[in-house]
Ligand binder design. Structure first.
Ligand SMILES: NC(=O)C[C@H](N)C(=O)O
Length: 298
């Protein structure tokens, strides 16, 4: 098994070493798995369980102070599973896998996704909030009332506090850099997965690129990709699909990642990163200040 994992694109993390050690552990865990789907699920679960990453435990708080998790995965035969807006679910990637394996659908949301998790043995009711993120939220004088009040509150706080409309607003320095993802191959088939707590102080119920096929993740027989960064802008350009299309056009994984990020920047002026795995090659690219990755092979 060959696997590449990422720990999110954004600013340079405060403590890169322990994060890198966890990414290496995730890659090793995935490389030891039996199938590419098992590989990406098990690798992402290592990262979801670690509060240093904005996925599962340690996820970003939305405007109402709740962490809601999103994840998506896909295999090269175009099987897809995604789940979003789940309160109290650490292993979002495993819920996505339940959607893929156990339902005739590709995407489930909110309380129904949590019910599905519960019924299929994925733990629910987990406290995903870290003290540090709770304190950061409380210090921002949280909004009361309905969505209009929340929108007024998040105007100056969401992400890096810049314009949310695209057009270069979601700057490269966005602090929300800890989404996680993995792409794996056994030499014959591929799988890709991405998982996140979203973006800090987003409107309660907001869902970004991560569980949207082609945006946060994509996979065909040409290879797979997992994206991270300003989710609204990633969705605008379907970043992961773009990277995999470059593989299908014959580029190697590094050139595919570079091309996709170059186009993303030209089209949005925003910040993101992507990991790509093709036939023989792994690649990654980002236009933010940092993105940690790890590759393993067994
Ligand atoms: N840090 C991230 O990658 C955030 C994620 N792309 C989202 O918008 O939900």
């Amino acid at each position: 098994m060959r696997i590449i994992v990422h720990g999110g694109a954004g600013g340079v993390p405060n403590e890169p070493e322990p994060r890198q050690a966890t990414l290496d552990e995730a890659a090793e865990t995935g490389a030891a798995a039996a199938t590419p789907l098992d590989a990406v699920e098990s690798a992402v679960r290592v990262l979801e369980a670690n509060p240093r990453f904005n996925a599962g435990t340690g996820g970003a708080l939305q405007s109402d102070g709740v962490v809601r998790t999103d994840a998506g995965l896909m295999t090269s035969d175009r099987s897809i599973g995604a789940a979003c807006s789940m309160a109290g679910v650490e292993a979002a990637v495993s819920v996505a896998r339940v959607v893929l394996a156990e339902t005739p659908h590709i995407f489930l949301s909110g309380e129904h996704a949590v019910d599905l998790a519960d019924d299929f043995g994925v733990e629910t009711g987990v406290d995903l909030t870290t003290e540090e993120k709770r304190e950061r939220y409380e210090a921002e004088d949280p909004p009361q009332g309905g969505p209009r009040e929340h929108l007024a509150w998040l105007e100056t706080r969401f992400g890096s506090g810049d314009d949310q409309a695209g057009n270069g607003g979601n700057k490269r320095t966005t602090p929300d850099h800890d989404t996680v993802g993995a792409v794996a191959t056994d030499g014959e088939t591929f799988a890709a997965a991405t998982s996140t707590g979203g973006r800090s102080f987003a409107l309660a119920g907001r869902v970004g690129d991560v569980p949207q096929v082609g945006s946060g993740f994509f996979c065909t027989e040409a290879g797979g990709a997992s994206a991270t960064g300003a989710g609204e802008d990633i969705a605008r350009v379907t970043l992961s699909r773009r990277a995999v299309d470059h593989l299908a056009d014959g580029l190697d994984a590094q050139a595919a990642a570079d091309g996709a990020i170059r186009e993303f920047e030209e089209l949005t002026g925003s910040g993101a990163g992507v990991i790509v795995l093709g036939d023989e090659t792994a690649g990654s690219a980002f236009n933010t200040d940092g993105m940690q990755t790890s590759v393993a092979y067994k």
